[in-house]
Design a protein around this ligand. Structure first.
Ligand code: FNR
Length: 191
């Protein structure tokens, strides 16, 4: 029986009807056995300010986020694409923990996915996010990549995923993340 894998998931959009929040919510239905997903809402995270950091204490919502990242075995990020890059709210949320003692992103397995109204499904934003992982020393799943183009056609009015092919892509990404996590933990026979 393999050891459990606990994933912390967050989306880089604050919009109630966000496709990316919906994509993350959809992941609940495709979790491999022994894998749990905790959805984290980054909307309470304030704007990064080095002066606040220098005062010696992180704001409470930031500290909570840092603690959840540290406690997770792996991360799942659903990112929109803004102007060919990572939305400011997501980058801001990442910047705080990147300066935390204990470096919670260091060595953390992470998977990325994204949904966009456009034809490219966030690929440019995902590549920029992967660049950020270099400095964080987070360990991304390289394949599969999960882009959801024309997202308006893949979710219903309540934000439920209606496209089974996307569901199967989520299943494959979660399986790869779990296998990658177990491999990094040195568990034998894992992916
Ligand atoms: C966008 N959008 C967008 N889409 C895309 O495919 N490539 C892009 O570069 C951009 N740029 C962009 C900039 C800004 C400021 C906004 C507000 C939007 C459209 C974007 O994909 C769309 O709004 C998605 O619905 C955003 O994701 P959520 O909020 O649905 O998760």
């Amino acid at each position: 029986m393999p050891k459990p894998v606990h994933i912390l998931g967050f989306a880089g959009s604050l919009r109630k009807q966000s496709y990316n929040r919906s994509l993350l919510a959809a992941a609940e239905a495709y979790l491999p056995e022994g894998v749990t997903l905790e959805q984290y809402d980054i909307s309470h995270i304030p704007l990064f300010n080095q002066d606040v950091l220098d005062s010696g204490e992180f704001p409470e919502p930031v500290q909570r986020f840092i603690d959840r990242i540290a406690a997770a075995d792996a991360l799942l990020i659903a990112t929109p694409e803004y102007n060919y890059s990572v939305p400011g709210v997501l980058k801001n949320a990442i910047d705080w923990p990147s300066r935390a003692p204990g470096r919670p992103f260091n060595g953390k397995p992470v998977a990325v996915m994204g949904a966009s109204d456009g034809p490219w499904g966030t690929i440019r934003a995902q590549l920029h996010l992967r660049q950020v992982f270099v400095f964080l020393n987070a360990f991304p799943v390289q394949q599969p990549q999960l882009m959801v183009p024309k997202a308006g056609e893949k979710f219903d009015a309540e934000g439920r995923l209606t496209d089974e092919a996307v569901g199967e892509q989520i299943r494959a990404l979660l399986a790869a993340l779990a296998a990658w996590t177990r491999r990094l933990r040195g568990e034998t026979g894992a992916g």
